[in-house]
Design a protein around this ligand. Structure first.
Ligand SMILES: [Zn+2]
Ligand SMILES: [Zn+2]
Ligand SMILES: [Zn+2]
Length: 344
């Protein structure tokens, strides 16, 4: 057995080419010298990734031995010359105008600078993806998600400048819940689209200007950034539990504002949903307002709007104690927006 020393760099690049065979698109792998036909041109990406991921799984390497393959080739994969930075990820690149696909160990900075490149989740290429999926499926209650989201909202209320907009707060919550232990967060373009924040670079720039997020490429379709304040990630619960809470926060129960609602309404609905605890004490209006990034008076107006949108049926502020209580509106069974258990 040969031990990989500090100067032994293992090549971790796998490629497949698209080659038509008898009129059908197929993939050619120079590693296994096999030509695999597939059915639709649109599935080239998944066919390529499925094949390349098998190679990555077979050639697994401990994380500390993985190096940026882009740098080892003089950073020839991207136009701008920039230093390598961040952890080494598996990046999938559509190459040569779509005629080839490449999977390679690449650092965050190089991945971000390379066009037609996406990060592949580690779970897909880990040697035991089935085990990972089984772990990820461990049942987790809505109450646990609520608690995580409450903790993060409260952290953000203190970490972000008070002028931070509700849209930026929603984005920051996803960043902090999806960040790895190293502080790097990646929000894919599809996720941003679902949040209606994909064509709003100014929202992420707000977080960068507030000194909370380092954004190497603010205009990229997906958001790739590093939390400048990552102390909060040093928690008892790990990244996978946090990610599931991030998923819950996109569609919290027992109620959520639709993606079409204004970000301020979505944030207010999320804050209340996270505080909808059967036996818990009612929160103060001042506390709810702080989490929403508004004054208590503005927050009252926001809660009125949630009633008007039939997300809440009523809310009430007890002036003497400052306690706020609310009643979720229950839409007809099966209707869009009806309370549902998040599926994990
Ligand atoms: Zn192969
Ligand atoms: Zn590079
Ligand atoms: Zn690099």
């Amino acid at each position: 057995m040969r031990l990989a020393g500090a100067h032994t760099h293992v090549r971790r690049i796998w490629t497949v080419e698209l080659r038509p065979q008898a009129g059908r698109p197929s993939l050619w792998c120079p590693h296994c010298t096999v030509q695999t036909p597939f059915f639709q041109a649109s599935s080239a990406r998944s066919a390529a990734l499925a094949h390349l991921a098998r190679h990555a799984r077979a050639d697994t390497l401990p994380p500390h031995l993985r190096t940026c393959q882009c740098r080892e080739r003089g950073c020839c994969w991207h136009p701008r010359h920039r230093g390598c930075a961040g952890p080494v990820l598996l990046a999938l690149t559509r190459d040569r105008g779509g005629r080839a696909w490449r999977l390679a160990d690449t650092c965050v900075a190089c991945t971000a600078a390379t066009s037609h490149t996406a990060v592949v989740p580690d779970t897909l290429c880990s040697p035991h993806p089935a085990d990972t999926r089984a772990r990820a499926r461990q049942p987790q209650t809505d109450d646990e998600h609520r608690q995580r989201v409450r903790e993060m909202l409260s952290y953000l209320a203190s970490a972000l400048p008070c002028v931070t907009s509700p849209a930026a707060r929603l984005l920051a919550l996803q960043c902090v819940l999806r960040a790895g232990r190293n502080g790097f967060a990646y929000l894919p373009a599809g996720l941003l689209r679902g949040m209606r924040l994909h064509r709003r670079p100014e929202v992420r720039q707000e977080l960068a200007q507030g000194g909370w997020l380092d954004l190497p490429d603010p205009r990229a379709a997906g958001l790739r950034g590093r939390l400048l304040d990552d102390v909060v990630l040093d928690q008892a619960w790990g990244p996978s539990a946090r990610r599931r809470a991030a998923h819950w926060a996109l569609r919290p129960s027992p109620f959520a504002a639709t993606a079409a609602a204004a970000p301020s309404e979505r944030l207010a609905a999320l804050v209340l949903a996270a505080h909808t605890v059967p036996a818990g004490p009612a929160p103060d209006l001042a506390a709810i307002a702080r989490l929403c990034g508004h004054s208590p008076q503005q927050t009252g107006e926001l809660l009125d709007r949630l009633v008007a949108r039939r997300i809440l049926s009523a809310w009430h502020h007890q002036r003497e104690t400052d306690e706020v209580r609310w009643q979720p509106a229950l839409p007809p069974r099966g209707a869009p927006g009806a309370p549902h258990k998040s599926a994990h």
